[in-house]
Design a protein around this ligand. Structure first.
Ligand SMILES: *[C@@H]1O[C@H](CO)[C@@H](O)[C@H](O)[C@H]1NC(C)=O
Ligand SMILES: *[C@@H]1O[C@H](CO)[C@@H](O)[C@H](O)[C@H]1NC(C)=O
Ligand SMILES: *[C@@H]1O[C@H](CO)[C@@H](O)[C@H](O)[C@H]1NC(C)=O
Ligand SMILES: *[C@@H]1O[C@H](CO)[C@@H](O)[C@H](O)[C@H]1NC(C)=O
Ligand SMILES: *[C@@H]1O[C@H](CO)[C@@H](O)[C@H](O)[C@H]1NC(C)=O
Length: 593
């Protein structure tokens, strides 16, 4: 069987596995974070406040600045009927490094978004540049509860958001830097009530002209066979060097295209169960910066069924969908199909580069693109073929669980017998699940191994988007504060070789006397680890297997005849099975439901 641990809040704090920073004024109301690896600092944005923390034990020294809405804006906001506490404040939603000395910070400013430069001193002192406060429209949403996604690149900010007071103008914006502002046209074909989850710049090849910014979002579906109002998950992209058209699409994206991301499992009667709602995206970056693995959490929630799945996508499959046919519909009464006519040149979605800029066909900028290309791009933003996950199925599925999966980060760990992707999944009940998905042999089936379940926060909450790994620690944000949690604490698994082996934690190995951090390439003689099978008999045969391990815990409950007794046993491990036996005289019998 499998030994995995369920660790409680108090236990995590008392063993120094985790520490929590909650601000200096009670509730931190955390809404943004930026981790500065060079200065070893964590910058946190909250309600009317910004913190600068030294990394390390989270309670250590911190600096802060107060950053309220502009004079009068709080009152105006309350006047329009908004909630004074939860809406009419400056919720900092964006923190980005701007240059060596300054951060860019943007907040909701009581429904009047604003941005400011924050100077950071040598010892982490933060100061807001009073004279450089600017309008934050198109950079963060007005409403602190609305989702948005952004990425900062080459001095320019790419943001997917709603950019108006009512939260109806859904756009992908590019602002700042030297070039003129770019946006998507207002057209439901392009974006239909989108909810943006993530934005990332991912290069295509060595030519920077082919750099593309990818957006991961959900929107109302328009495709064939779908019920009215169905939600689909999309990956959309624009070229970083898109400057819009010359006569049409002036200052509007001319390279925007999108494809559906599918995450589904085969169901009974040949009908797949689709997980359509995107919850979070994590890019597992590798040495090859053009080909990160895209991990995504999806949900499907109905009255009868609540399920979650993690799917992993390869960039090659995403690019293939974008290189495939465009989705096309002849008219309102026609079926959707693949566009089979002639696609104009340069093909929509292709960035202007050396390839498109040839003698006789000089397309050095999107402003040179023929009107026919721009018209086609505008009328065919959706690709016909969807993107399927690697192996065509999720790596993890959870159904009918009493909590929601909300956030994911993945750490690729080197172990004795290869590499493992350890997933850390944040839930809405304050826990973090540390999970492995293993492929057993040649089969497509994945085996899910929950290594640990960490109760980082005591309360149920809506995650605040803070969820990342740095220096062997996971940072988890909640409205109540930010927790720093060590990725492993091998000694927690026990004092015996078998316990360490059964844990199947790629971070840990039995070193002959202890369950300790496994370090690849070290020359230690004893390094017992069996992630794939967790078989202690093979690994620990010479390691006092029998005497110091007892995997069962007994609990005795007395009952009265003809009366009821509540049988309760909350096991330490989420993988444990609980068996109740009733003893009458000398005989023990299992109690079945
Ligand atoms: C946790 O850290 C504190 C302060 O550094 C230290 O005094 C204490 O002994 C540590 N506890 C454990 C269990 O390591
Ligand atoms: C960084 O940007 C700020 C704001 O534009 C500017 O005042 C400052 O001089 C810049 N610093 C450097 C080192 O470029
Ligand atoms: C096994 O246990 C015995 C008795 O407790 C001890 O003498 C021996 O050194 C142990 N062997 C190992 C390999 O730990
Ligand atoms: C329990 O209930 C059974 C059947 O109703 C009865 O025969 C028996 O005497 C009861 N035992 C006690 C201890 O009340
Ligand atoms: C049954 O158990 C409950 C709770 O232990 C007790 O209050 C009650 O008196 C018992 N009834 C009988 C008939 O023994």
């Amino acid at each position: 069987s499998q030994q995995s641990l369920r660790l409680h809040h108090e236990n995590l704090l008392s063993t120094n596995r985790s520490s929590i920073f909650s601000g200096h004024h009670g509730q931190l109301s955390l809404t943004a974070v930026f981790l500065d690896e060079y200065r070893d600092r964590l910058f946190l944005g909250g309600k009317d406040i910004l913190y600068s923390l030294l990394l390390g034990p989270a309670s250590s020294e911190s600096k802060e600045i107060y950053w309220p809405p502009l004079p009068g804006n709080r009152e105006d906001c309350i006047q329009t009927g908004k909630e004074p506490q939860t809406e009419c404040a400056n919720f900092v939603r964006l923190l980005q490094p701007y240059n060596r000395t300054h951060l860019l910070a943007c907040g909701t400013g009581a429904f009047q978004p604003m941005c400011a430069f924050i100077s950071v001193g040598h010892r982490g002192e933060v100061r807001r540049c009073e004279d450089r406060q600017s309008n934050g429209r198109g950079k963060v949403p007005h409403d602190p509860s609305l989702p948005f996604a952004s990425t900062f690149n080459g001095g320019e900010l790419y943001a997917g958001l709603t950019a108006d007071f009512l939260g109806r103008d859904s756009v992908i914006f590019r602002s700042m830097g030297g070039r003129s502002t770019m946006r998507t046209e207002t057209d439901q074909k392009l974006l239909h009530d989108p909810k943006f989850i993530a934005a990332h710049l991912i290069p295509d090849n060595d030519d920077k002209d082919n750099d593309k910014v990818y957006f991961f979002f959900t929107e109302k579906a328009s495709e064939p066979g779908d019920r009215e109002g169905a939600i689909h998950t999309r990956v959309g992209r624009v070229c970083a060097n898109d400057v819009g058209g010359q006569r049409v699409l002036v200052n509007k994206w001319s390279t925007f295209i999108k494809a559906r991301l599918v995450c589904s499992v085969p169901g009974p009667h040949g009908i797949d169960t689709h997980f359509n709602q995107l919850e979070d995206v994590f890019l597992l970056r590798t040495k090859d910066e053009r080909n990160p693995d895209v991990y995504a959490i999806f949900s499907t929630i109905s009255n009868v069924f609540q399920g979650f799945a993690v799917c992993v996508y390869r960039m090659a499959d995403i690019r293939e969908a974008f290189n495939g046919p465009f989705a096309h519909k002849e008219g309102p009464d026609y079926q959707w199909g693949a566009f089979e006519g002639r696609v104009p040149y340069p093909r929509p979605g292709v960035c202007p580069s050396k390839i498109t800029n040839q003698p006789g066909r000089e397309f050095g900028s999107t402003k040179d693109f023929p009107d026919s290309v721009l018209q086609f791009a505008r009328s065919h933003p959706l690709m016909w073929r969807p993107v399927y996950p690697a192996l065509r199925q999720p790596v993890l599925v959870k159904t009918n669980i009493p909590y929601k999966l909300k956030q994911i980060v993945v750490d690729r760990v080197e172990a004795e017998d290869g590499q493992y992707d350890v997933m850390f999944i944040g839930t809405d009940v304050g826990t973090v699940l540390k999970v492995l998905a293993l492929h057993s042999g040649n089969s497509l089936e994945t085996e899910e191994v929950t290594l640990e379940e960490l109760q980082v926060f005591k309360v149920r909450f809506t995650p605040s988007g803070v969820f990342f790994i740095l220096s062997q620690a996971l940072y988890v944000g909640s409205p109540a504060g930010v927790a720093q949690v060590k990725l492993h604490r091998c000694e927690t698994y026990g004092k015996a070789c078998a316990e360490c082996c059964l844990a199947r934690d790629p971070y840990c190995a039995w070193d002959g006397s202890l369950c300790a951090r496994y370090t690849p390439n070290s020359k230690r003689r004893y390094r017992r680890q069996d992630i794939r099978h967790g078989n202690p008999v093979l690994q620990c045969v010479d390691q006092n297997l029998s005497e110091d391990i007892d995997m069962t815990e007994d609990k005795v409950v007395y009952g009265t005849e003809n009366n009821s007794t509540f049988l309760e046993c909350v096991p330490r491990s989420p993988q444990a099975t609980v068996t109740w036996l009733v003893q009458r005289d000398d005989r023990k019998e299992e109690v079945r439901r």
